[in-house]
Design a protein around this ligand. Structure first.
Ligand code: UVW
Length: 334
């Protein structure tokens, strides 16, 4: 249930957005703080005051049917990184720990039956993942105005990942920004701008990114890890989306964005002293779920070879009750 304060917060945010839109000029946009940008691009209230799915709502039945028609060649690409000890974590998150509970050895079961079982201990953010809409927030408000007190040690009562259980699946487009610039990977700190996204689309035959689409952005950062096997260098920074891309995504009504780096956004960020501001605007203000640590290498090579940069994409979240993220193994189907 939404409290009155929360509902009125959603509507105030929407009004602030309208007012701020009227006042914009190209010059003042460059000066915008992330709070102002967030207010201008806000989707609070757009799908109702109780909504916890955000831009996933843009994947309509009609768009899903059209996306299904993109499966023409029977090719399957799995975009998840291996879930195991050799992953890119090692600083504030650990790699998944996989432990065998049973190997079959020493079991005494009639008729000789033996079985193996296992379990896994992992941060939900340590492998290929979706961020839930409860993953980041500021000023004590989550997406759609829900209070930050809805996140406790028991999990997120609002905007948790299980609220996205019916998605995310639909038409996806890969934009290869590393290939656009002719490099194996972009350097850490490289800001991807709307002009880069436009130029990548142009280089890729003018592929269109439109309403309800899932956008995959390749920076080459996965290839860097596969080449160097250096979690420290992988996590020290990254190339990624700059703040300007938030408006580009909103203008196109993109449903979700995912990348081969660990935070989708450029790090260090564009404003010294600020951290994860693209996350804040996309997740908290626009209600957009972010996909991180995807392996886009095989898919990018195939798209380059056949010139087809659009496909059906599916990456169902685990229904972790109250979870603020989920491991996924996304599939791209052509
Ligand atoms: C943080 O780094 C906090 O989040 P993410 O895994 O979404 O990049």
């Amino acid at each position: 249930m939404t409290t009155t304060t929360e509902a009125s917060d959603a509507s105030q945010h929407a009004q602030a957005s309208d007012a701020s839109q009227d006042a914009q000029t190209p010059e003042s946009r460059q000066q915008e703080t992330f709070r102002e940008l967030g207010a201008r691009l806000s989707n609070w209230g757009r799908w109702g005051v109780e909504d916890e799915r955000g831009t996933a709502n843009l994947i309509t039945a009609e768009r899903l049917v059209a996306a299904g028609r993109l499966i023409r060649q029977g090719k399957v690409f799995d975009l998840g990184i291996p879930v195991g000890a050799d992953g890119p974590q090692g600083t504030f998150r650990q790699n998944p720990l996989h432990v065998m509970l049973e190997t079959g050895q020493g079991q005494q079961i009639p008729c000789g039956t033996r079985y193996s079982d296992d379990y896994i201990v992992m941060p939900l953010q340590s492998s290929t993942q979706w961020d839930a809409l409860a993953h980041v927030y500021y000023d004590d408000r989550l997406y759609n105005g829900f209070g930050a007190s809805s996140i406790t040690v028991k999990g997120a009562a609002r905007c948790s990942i299980d609220k996205q259980a019916k998605g995310i699946a639909g038409r996806a487009v890969l934009l290869d920004v590393a290939a656009l610039h002719g490099v194996e990977w972009l350097a850490a700190g490289t800001v991807i701008t709307p002009a880069d996204l436009e130029a990548a689309a142009e280089r890729q035959g003018g592929v269109r990114v439109g309403p309800g689409d899932i956008l995959l952005v390749r920076t080459g950062w996965r290839r860097k890890f596969l080449t160097e096997h250096d979690p420290g260098a992988f996590l020290a920074g990254e190339p990624g989306l700059g703040m300007g891309c938030c408006e580009w995504l909103k203008d196109r009504d993109v449903a979700a964005v995912a990348s081969d780096n660990w935070a989708i956004e450029v790090l260090p960020g564009e404003v010294p002293g600020e951290f994860l501001t693209v996350h804040l605007v996309l997740i908290r203000d626009m209600g957009m779920t972010l996909g991180e640590l995807l392996d886009l290498e095989e898919l990018a090579a195939d798209c380059e070879a056949d010139g087809v940069w659009e496909f059906f994409f599916t990456a169902p979240p685990l229904k972790v009750t109250g979870g603020v993220g989920t491991p996924i193994n996304p599939l791209a189907l052509k």
